[in-house]
Design a protein around this ligand. Structure first.
Ligand SMILES: Cc1cc2nc3c(=O)[nH]c(=O)nc-3n(C[C@H](O)[C@H](O)[C@H](O)COP(=O)(O)OP(=O)(O)OC[C@H]3O[C@@H](n4cnc5c(N)ncnc54)[C@H](O)[C@@H]3O)c2cc1C
Length: 337
């Protein structure tokens, strides 16, 4: 039997989750991860890590989106209940979403059918935080701390004989011909590598503060969120369309702090730990696709799995499973080569 060689491009949350699932499926294959950035250099490191899908579709249709979200939730829920939960940074969190604007903002059709608890906020709860909150929900969901998970997943990959190759790919033509198939999880890097104009940076900035008294998450209008993690609380945020700025903006920081402190005044005494900035790989729909790519007269098999926008933690496992299904299909499509 000939040996199967697979390369996963990208070592963010999408690439690492995909590689671990691939190894389960193809135990005897040789699998490499090729990436130029790891751990704290990735966008994944910046994420607050809350499992909160968008209210609209980001797959080709609602069924696909729902399948990704359902499979992701069950993956994270299993890890949360495992003995590694603390080490990999998965736990359940509960909290509120409030809005002064529209009732639909506090509803989420995907979460409501998935999580154990999703209910309307009571009149008393609507008065809990300053502001004239008109609509609100209280729900449970999962939190995955990417700073823990990325470390755990990379170690697990190394311990599973997955080779780590640090390299920036300028084009697919640089890929070694030994690979039978590539899985492209390059996030925002897909824009340049694939010449994909559908992918747009959606700049985000957050800060981490010390506020151990905050146990619930809180969402308000205008991208305001307060999310307790393991040893810090994330304050956010912003979504700046087509911005390539990866520098910390003090103006954004001041605006974030002020919005969060208006929502929860006790945050005024929270000590600042750090700032983080990242470019979300925004693409609708996310690219989940097979491609036979012509490189110097040869055809390379590629499965694309990138463009997770602001939802890479929420959807990495579900999209990884979908990508593996496409890998299996492509490997059996010998006639097309
Ligand atoms: C402020 C902020 C808060 C967020 N909060 C959340 C949240 O709470 N929940 C949630 O679900 N999502 C959240 N997100 C979104 C989430 O961070 C992204 O969706 C996710 O990180 C995308 O992961 P990725 O693995 O696709 O990309 P990345 O983490 O960017 O990884 C891409 C990988 O590809 C490699 N690569 C790219 N191009 C090349 C190349 N040419 N050659 C070699 N290697 C290459 C990189 O080196 C890197 O290893 C947030 C994002 C931001 C910015």
């Amino acid at each position: 039997m000939t040996e199967l060689n697979i390369a996963v491009l990208g070592a963010g949350i999408v690439g690492l989750t995909t590689v671990l699932e691939l190894k389960k499926e193809f135990r005897n294959a040789t699998i490499d991860i090729i990436a130029d950035k790891f751990y704290d250099e990735t966008t994944s490191f910046v994420a607050a890590g809350i499992f909160r899908p968008p209210t609209g579709d980001f797959g080709v249709n609602e069924n696909v989106t729902r399948m990704w979200i359902k499979n992701s939730y069950s993956y994270w829920d299993n890890l949360k209940s495992s003995s590694d939960a603390e080490q990999l940074g998965a736990k359940e969190v509960c909290g509120y979403i409030f809005s002064k604007e529209y009732p639909h903002i506090v509803r989420n059709k995907y979460l409501e059918s998935l999580v154990p608890l999703y209910r309307q906020a009571t009149d008393e709860e609507l008065k809990m935080c300053p502001g004239e909150w008109k609509y609100g929900s209280y729900f449970s969901t999962l939190l995955i701390d990417p700073t823990k998970y990325l470390k755990w997943a990379l170690n697990k990959a190394k311990n599973s004989d997955i080779n780590i190759i640090k390299k920036k790919l300028e084009s697919f033509s640089e890929i070694d011909r030994k690979y039978d198939i590539l899985v492209n999880c390059t996030g925002f890097g897909g824009k340049i590598l694939c010449g994909d104009s559908s992918i747009v940076p959606l700049r985000g900035q957050i800060c981490k503060v010390r506020a151990p008294w905050i146990q619930n998450f809180f969402y308000g209008d205008n991208d305001t969120y307060i999310i307790p993690s393991f040893d810090n609380v994330t304050l956010g945020g912003c979504r700046q369309y087509d911005s390539y700025n990866t520098e910390v903006s003090i103006l954004d920081y001041q605006a974030i702090r002020s919005r969060c402190e208006n929502l929860l005044p006790s945050l005024k005494k929270a000590e600042l730990i750090s700032h983080r900035v990242g470019l979300r790989p925004h693409r609708i729909p996310l690219r989940m696709e097979k491609e036979y790519c012509n490189v110097k007269g040869a055809k390379i098999k590629i499965v694309h799995n990138y463009g997770h926008g602001g939802y890479g933690v929420t959807t990495a496992p579900g999209t990884a499973l979908n990508a593996i299904q496409l890998v299996k299909e492509m490997l059996s499509e010998r006639s097309k080569l």
